[in-house]
Design a protein around this ligand. Sequence first.
Ligand SMILES: CC(C)(COP(=O)(O)OP(=O)(O)OC[C@H]1O[C@@H](n2cnc3c(N)ncnc32)[C@H](O)[C@@H]1OP(=O)(O)O)[C@@H](O)C(=O)NCCC(=O)NCCS
Length: 199
Amino acid sequence: MPEKYPVQKRAEPVEDGSVIVHRHLDYEEAELVVELIRNETTITGYSIGEWMSKRDVVVCADAMTGALLGVALVHHLLPGWSEIAVVLVLPKWRGHGIGARLVKHAAEYIESLRRKAILFYCQDSMERIVLRLGFDTYADDVAFARKSWPRLLFLKVIYPLQWRAESYRRQEIRRKMETLHCHFQFKIAVPAHIQRLES
Ligand SMILES: CC(C)(COP(=O)(O)OP(=O)(O)OC[C@H]1O[C@@H](n2cnc3c(N)ncnc32)[C@H](O)[C@@H]1OP(=O)(O)O)[C@@H](O)C(=O)NCCC(=O)NCCS
């Protein structure tokens, strides 16, 4: 994790016996998460190395054992945007509010860095989560960038350059389009306060 995001070990206990903590994944956890994502049609990939050291990672873990229940990856991008790039809850723990808690925590964390959170999604369940959390949602990038040159420049030029910089992602998106027939028509969600940070 880059030094300018000094968040290791910050833990937030929650009432159901799980904790939210900022830490990287160990090899076994990273391998599991990458394998689960490889089979999901609604989400794109980050490499084992990114989960283990390169990106900012938020973990929901069992408070007693530390076992991984769910995870989010925050990808800090220029200029001032931070993408909640992956939200994944282990299959047996879905439907317990962990996904919502990870999104809420990641968005608050990004806001605390005075950065702008953005989340791309193509899943109804994620749409209900972000709407319940009070995010603004947009049907596509055109709707998001309407009347805003900075947003258009970010989405059409700066974001793709940064996102595709990692060869793992380029390979994975190609593989998923060919073998899983994914289309990746993403909608966009941003916290409602974001316009304050953009002006
Ligand atoms: C999308 C995903 C992260 C959601 O995680 P989750 O932990 O199941 O999400 P939540 O539990 O917060 O919400 C899911 C549902 O459970 C419900 N729920 C939450 N807590 C609950 C509880 N204690 N009891 C019963 N239901 C509950 C929510 O209301 C929600 O219902 P809805 O879909 O009808 O609105 C998870 O399904 C996942 O990992 N999917 C695969 C990866 C993926 O597609 N990620 C999203 C990419 S954008």
